[in-house]
Design a protein around this ligand. Sequence first.
Ligand code: NCD
Length: 343
Amino acid sequence: MTSPQNTPASARFPAGGRAFPHRDLIAIGDLERHEILYLLAEAEQYVEFNRQAAKHTDKLAGLTIINAFFENSTRTLLSFEIAGKRLGADVVNMHAAQSSVKKGETLIDTAVTLNAMRADAIVIRHGSSGAVGLIAGKVDCPVLNAGDGQHEHPTQALLDALALRLKLREMGHDAEDFTGLTVTICGDILHSRVARSNILCLQALGATVRLCAPPALMPSGIANMGVEPYNRFDDALKGSDVVMMLRLQNERMDGQFIPSPREYRHLYGLTRDRLALANDQAIVMHPGPMNRGVEIDSDVADMEGRSIITAQVEMGVAIRMACLDVLTRKARAIEGWGEGEWV
Ligand code: NCD
């Protein structure tokens, strides 16, 4: 296959599109549908690329990427690190536990410090909603949000969309968007940045989004986002083509939100019997980390042909490569980049 490095810029940039007008990737809410589709198309090239034995380009050679993670992460941190390295950048990880944040340094001072080191892109995960946007306002390079509190996790929604698109294609649906598809997101919606980003992304791509949660874990006013809220999982499942399960975000809970994990599983756990209520061949998704036996049973999580949970992880690397590539084009003075004349 052609390496993305060798694909001419003219072939990669969408005809008739507009400039990619964002320096940062903070929220799916900032993106228009065609911008989401563009990032997905860019990422598709990296899916093939990542399946080769030798998967390294020098596209981002000479650039420095800092991954600043103020909250724990396995998949997201690792995939951003792998993405940056496969693109040839110098990648540095900053863990808050070992940083001066623990010594009381303010977020703004941390941002100014990162900026002074002349990073070419900064990837940030933070426990407070809005913190990543705040840092973006204080630095000179692109900032990518790897999850800010309960607000957004844009690269997760993009990788979910890519995993879903490839699965649908395998099943014979060759549309580039999700028109006509009903997706149920079930779990701790209240505390979930994954849910928020996915609602916006899935809707932008034409899907109908149902949300299911116990009343205490359903944000008030959520129907204003154009979603269909359910409290009974069995009702939500009927007519669903995709079921996306979410973990209970215990670390964000102040007090008791559910009676017990056992009771939660009884009402909201995705079991094999429950999955049978959804449409024939319904697809199962989960962003991880999973609590097996609570929100999802092992035999469903590992169900061959139906669960795309491992594919979601694989797509994470491709999506993050695409986002780093697109957002550093200005720094790399790539042909075609320029305010207002990207295409
Ligand atoms: C999610 C997160 O951190 O928001 N995980 C992830 O990035 N894959 C979801 C979660 O922690 O439950």
